[in-house]
Ligand binder design. Structure first.
Ligand code: NI
Length: 187
């Protein structure tokens, strides 16, 4: 297993829509293992494939480091789709491994119904509430090229612009490896 550098705000891959996974082969399993390792190394609780440069519709979640969720099992969601959501919305502070050091309250539905395939390619449906619903929606967004900052009001976005620009220019320090842009110049 290996830790993969995480793409950060400004990287194009984070804006790309993920492709549906057509079959789960050894490469998919290796990707999933590496995603878990990458997420845990960065102390994250969710990670989408697009964050590690792979435009495949899969994300991993492990809420066990969070108080009151210690017993929750790690989950892999392949080709997830949110089928329905509650009208009731709640505001919870979010962060993102691709947007280091930036946290802000985001309003989202409190409960969602999500369908996905597990690694045995069995279709699963899950009614998610609270933190599960929150993380699933955040990760599902990643697979659609959406970041949590996109949900914020314009004045808040303005307030965060400096921090976001710094991330774009990689004027940041992280405790986990981030994807460094290389200068491919062909002469
Ligand atoms: Ni994120």
């Amino acid at each position: 297993m290996s830790v993969i550098p995480i793409s950060v705000y400004g990287d194009k891959i984070l804006r790309r829509k993920a492709q549906l996974v057509k079959n789960v082969d050894f490469l998919t399993i290796e990707l999933i293992r590496n995603m878990f390792e990458t997420m845990r190394n960065a102390n994250g609780i969710g990670l989408a494939a697009t964050q590690v440069g792979i435009d495949q519709s899969v994300f991993v979640v492990d809420l066990s480091p969070v108080e009151e969720y210690e017993k929750s099992k790690p989950m892999v969601l392949i080709n997830p789709k949110i089928l329905d959501f509650s009208e009731k919305k709640i505001a919870i502070e979010e962060g993102c491994l691709s947007i280091p050091e930036v946290r802000y309250e985001v309003e989202r539905p409190e409960t969602i119904y999500i369908t996905y395939y597990d690694t045995d390619l069995k279709e699963q449906t899950f009614e998610a509430t609270k933190l599960f619903a929150r993380v699933f929606q955040h990760e599902q967004d990643h697979l659609n090229g959406v970041l949590f900052t996109d949900h914020l009001d314009e004045d808040v976005k303005k307030k965060l612009k400096k921090s976001l620009d710094k991330i774009k220019k990689r004027e940041i320090e992280t405790e986990y490896p981030i994807f460094q842009k290389r200068n491919y110049q062909l002469k």
